[in-house]
Design a protein around this ligand. Structure first.
Ligand SMILES: Cc1cc2nc3c(=O)[nH]c(=O)nc-3n(C[C@H](O)[C@H](O)[C@H](O)COP(=O)(O)OP(=O)(O)OC[C@H]3O[C@@H](n4cnc5c(N)ncnc54)[C@H](O)[C@@H]3O)c2cc1C
Length: 332
């Protein structure tokens, strides 16, 4: 039976979607009656839902596994994505999910993918609450986990008044007194960029500066102060920064902070499958979102240094197209 199923999935293509009544297949919070899909997408936010749109419109039987914790959930307004500028990110995602409900072969489950294995041409994904799901193609779209635990107060301000990207939020805080928490080469590049949005800048290196003499000179020549005192706390009111506590120094009053938190992949499944990770900690993909493991695609923040909704949507869409393309090539 198992072999028959495998053979069927391999050869089925479009036929699989019509063979199993999609409405009878699967319902959230109930045990799966049938757990075979043509593609499983892990992560149902901007990248994952976009992949699902391409696949759903390609008549593919798709499972989206998502535990509903997108990285920008705390941000009151998302910017720089056409037609959705200024909307709360969770509202954009809710609308996207609603639009996907029009495609009966696309199934969504609120669960966490905890591990993966591969046998012949099929991937088996173990879910925290709902057993296993099986498919010949995977799209990894689980995003990144930002570590906001290193400075007290940072977590509550993340995406509210501590921002990482000027393209997302720089316009709204332009020309305001702004602190950048960063050090070394990253700090130099960051200062150079943010100086375009505001000239009222202070660099906090949170400990001894790792800037070169030349970098320090250049930064100071722009009238930018460098503070090396360790940061002990970010003070805020409901996520809105009021000041930064410094060790052995006066508080530093400020209302906007730029900071790039260190991050990790949100799931170990890429490593379990043997997907290569680059020196930045991102999943390595080619121009078609293919990882080094055949049948496994990755898209969105987990595979791109450009952390923006527009980029995640574009790369997710491409991953969905390429997964469908591989299924066509294998079944025609
Ligand atoms: C604070 C902040 C503010 C931002 N503001 C903007 C902005 O204004 N404009 C803009 O263009 N970009 C903004 N960005 C960037 C943007 O949010 C990301 O580029 C985008 O969310 C990436 O989409 P994604 O689908 O790759 O990942 P995410 O949106 O992070 O989604 C990943 C999804 O996968 C799920 N998931 C993770 N692991 C598992 C698992 N094991 N099993 C099941 N599900 C899992 C998560 O719950 C989540 O729903 C912001 C980012 C941050 C951090």
């Amino acid at each position: 039976m198992e072999n028959q199923r495998r053979d069927f999935i391999k050869k089925s293509g479009i036929a699989l979607a019509s063979f199993i009544n999609p409405f009878d297949v699967f319902s959230t919070n109930k045990e799966m009656k049938e757990n075979h899909f043509e593609t499983i997408i892990i992560g149902g936010s901007f990248a994952g839902l976009s992949a699902a749109m391409s696949l759903g419109r390609s008549l593919r039987k798709v499972l989206i596994i998502d535990n509903q914790q997108p990285c920008n959930a705390q941000t009151p307004h998302s910017h720089n994505f056409l037609t959705q500028d200024g909307k709360p990110p969770l509202e954009i995602l809710a609308e996207a999910r609603k639009q996907l409900e029009a495609y009966p072969t696309v199934k969504f489950i609120n669960d966490t993918a905890i591990s993966a294995s591969k046998s012949e041409d099929l991937f088996e994904i173990k879910l925290q609450k709902n057993g296993e799901a099986i498919a010949p193609k995977l799209v990894l779209a689980w995003g990144l986990k930002d570590d906001t635990s290193k400075i007290e107060g940072l977590e509550k301000c993340w995406g509210v008044s501590v921002i990482h990207c000027p393209y997302c939020h720089g316009y709204e805080v332009k020309n305001q007194p702004t602190a950048i928490i960063s050090n070394g080469n990253e700090a130099f590049e960051y200062i150079k960029m943010i100086n375009h949005w505001t000239k009222n800048l202070t660099l906090l290196t949170n400990g001894s500066s790792n800037l070169t003499e030349e970098q320090t000179h250049k930064i100071k020549s722009k009238g930018i102060q460098i503070i090396e005192k360790p940061i002990t706390k970010i003070n805020h009111q409901s996520g809105k920064v009021t000041s930064i506590d410094l060790k052995d120094a006066e508080d530093f009053p400020i209302s906007v902070i730029y900071h790039r938190a260190s991050f990790t992949q949100k799931s170990e499944i890429a490593a379990q499958l043997g997907c290569e990770i680059d020196e930045m900690g991102l999943i390595k993909v080619n121009d078609f979102q293919q990882t080094n493991v055949k049948g496994v695609f990755a898209a969105g923040d987990n595979a791109s240094p450009l952390r923006q909704v527009a980029n995640a949507v574009a790369k997710g869409s491409l991953a969905g197209v390429m997964a469908n393309r591989e299924l066509i090539e294998e079944s025609f």
